[in-house]
Design a protein around this ligand. Sequence first.
Ligand SMILES: Nc1nc2c(ncn2[C@@H]2O[C@H](COP(=O)(O)OP(=O)(O)OP(=O)(O)O)[C@@H](O)[C@H]2O)c(=O)[nH]1
Ligand SMILES: [Mg+2]
Ligand SMILES: [Zn+2]
Length: 302
Amino acid sequence: MLVNGQEYGALMSGALLAKGQVPIVGDWVAVRQVEPEWVLIEDVEPRRSSITRRAPGREGTEQVLAANVDLALIVCGLDGDFNVRRIERYLAMAHDGNVEPVVILNKADSCDAVEEALREAGTVARTTRVLAVSARTGFGFESLEALLPAGVTVVLLGSSGAGKSTLVNRLFGEERQRTGAVHESDSRGRHTTTNRQLIVLPNGAAIIDSPGIRELQLLVSQDALNLVFDEIVKLALTCRFGDCTHSIEPGCAVRGAVPVERLESFGKLAREIAAPTEQAGKHRRGSAHKAGKRFNKKSAPR
Ligand SMILES: Nc1nc2c(ncn2[C@@H]2O[C@H](COP(=O)(O)OP(=O)(O)OP(=O)(O)O)[C@@H](O)[C@H]2O)c(=O)[nH]1
Ligand SMILES: [Mg+2]
Ligand SMILES: [Zn+2]
């Protein structure tokens, strides 16, 4: 880890381990030098913001991806990766963690419908800024760099192959991070970046490159979702019935005023955060089923 500009190996104190307070990228920690090149982490400062998701495969466990970030760049490739439903998920994650989001539509050089994509992303981003850029050509980087003054900490979020590391390299001005080609058929990346790392840009801004997220399971509050879907929340106040489900009720102010996919998405995410074990339950049933099949095979009469 970096201490006053110098690289040190770091160990955690027993007391910290006992408390289960594991520092993650972006954390501020108190350290004590114990060897010429080693420090002992003795304390983790309270986090003022964080990016958190439900850990994949484990029931309800929270996984903090980055701490103390000011800005989350939600990176989406303008290829097969472009998906407004996924952008909604990332927006909820940022709002929930008290982090300001910005949507970055990357690979503008390889897309001939950039304006259309900007408009479509704008319908879900609402008041959140959306920028079209190209990490390959540098298109749009003036606007992007304006968001990253000295002293800010930003985290890059998005699918594998969206171009997060390529963005870091262009901002850094040289090949700092390894990048990897995407599959031609579906634009999916190859999970080239495997760890979360804080990189200090030449101007003093700190940027956290992160591995592409395979499947983003939300661990957010209803309040965070309400911020993402604020226009639906506002319209719903004027539905005739207070408990309107916006499906069949007369006098509904939402249905017809909001694209049906957007309304469905709000409902789906609300159910997902209210019944988080549903997903894990599916997992369990799935594996029990598989085990059953194996068992059946073995014991099946010939
Ligand atoms: N045409 C085009 N290709 C790009 C652009 N940005 C990135 N790419 C390409 O997209 C591929 C994936 O880029 P990466 O930067 O490795 O993607 P990543 O988001 O870091 O992916 P992971 O580390 O796997 O999460 C590489 O082949 C890049 O050259 C861009 O602006 N335009
Ligand atoms: Mg990467
Ligand atoms: Zn309604």
